[in-house]
Write a new protein. Structure first.
Length: 257
């Protein structure tokens, strides 16, 4: 009986093809089939690195069905690589469903790491105190977005969001409205690409910076918002609390009299 194959979760560049790792190239050359989010887009990437393999479309609309097809191939001994258009599968991209299904069936899953927009932005932001929480894309609806931000606004850790160009202005307005205007934000745009921009300011300055030059609203965004300030809690000494209770009881007795 042929040994079961392996699923390789392969990160691809987020813009600059020079960020493709040697290990990723070797893996893609060795597998039997490559499951890609957009086969036409991935064909260009693979061609650039001299890779010619059978491609299978796996995207958000067919992940469950595709997972079963990939499982059949792997059970027959084929090795499969999973890639998306850019970055790491499953991180605000298709892939998590496939990995979950295959893991549940005992398939070995091997990560092949690479460029990450989240980590790249964090490393150049200077505001990653107290760790960070990656949120991904916020809801498209303004009301739902603000509701989500209200849940997050008191967290004492750096928050990392992805945002699309057509929502970026509304998003920073909502951030300032819910989080307060004084918090710092780093706006990372088009990371690793020709027009890469990193801009750090206060939330009350972000809207003006984005609208001053319409070009700053183009491309893909990573937003990093610094942690909420620590909440001050007053600790009352137990003896002081006992005396205060006695005084309050005395006041109530006098009022009753």
């Amino acid at each position: 009986m042929k040994e079961q194959g392996i699923l390789y979760v392969v990160a691809t560049p987020i813009g600059n093809l020079g960020d493709m790792t040697l290990r990723a190239i070797d893996t893609l050359k060795q597998v039997d089939v490559i499951a890609a989010e957009d086969t036409r887009h991935s064909s260009g990437l693979l061609s650039h690195f001299g890779i010619s393999k059978k491609l299978m479309a796996v995207h958000e609309h067919n992940e469950q069905q595709s997972a079963q097809l990939l499982l059949q191939r792997i059970q027959l001994g084929e090795h499969v690589a999973l890639i998306t258009d850019a970055g790491t599968p499953g991180i605000s991209d298709p892939g998590a469903v496939v990995v979950d299904v295959l893991l549940s069936q005992g398939v070995k899953v091997v990560p092949i790491p690479g460029a990450s927009a989240v980590i790249a932005a964090l490393s150049a932001s200077g505001i990653s105190e107290n760790g960070f929480m990656f949120i991904g894309f916020l809801p498209a609806s303004g009301a739902q977005r603000r509701k989500k931000l209200e849940i997050l606004q008191a967290l004492e850790t750096t928050l990392v969001f992805y945002e699309a160009p057509h929502r970026i202005v509304e998003c920073v307005q909502d951030l300032a409205k819910v989080f307060g205007e004084a918090r710092r934000i780093t706006i990372a745009r088009e990371l690793t690409k020709t027009f890469e921009t990193m801009h750090r300011c206060r939330l009350n300055e972000a809207h003006a910076w984005l609208t001053h030059d319409a070009n700053q609203q183009r491309g893909e965004f990573v937003l990093l918002v610094e942690a909420a300030p620590p909440q001050v809690t007053l600790e009352v000494d137990h003896e002081a609390e006992r005396v205060l209770r006695l005084l309050l009881e005395a006041v109530h007795l006098k009022q009753a009299a």
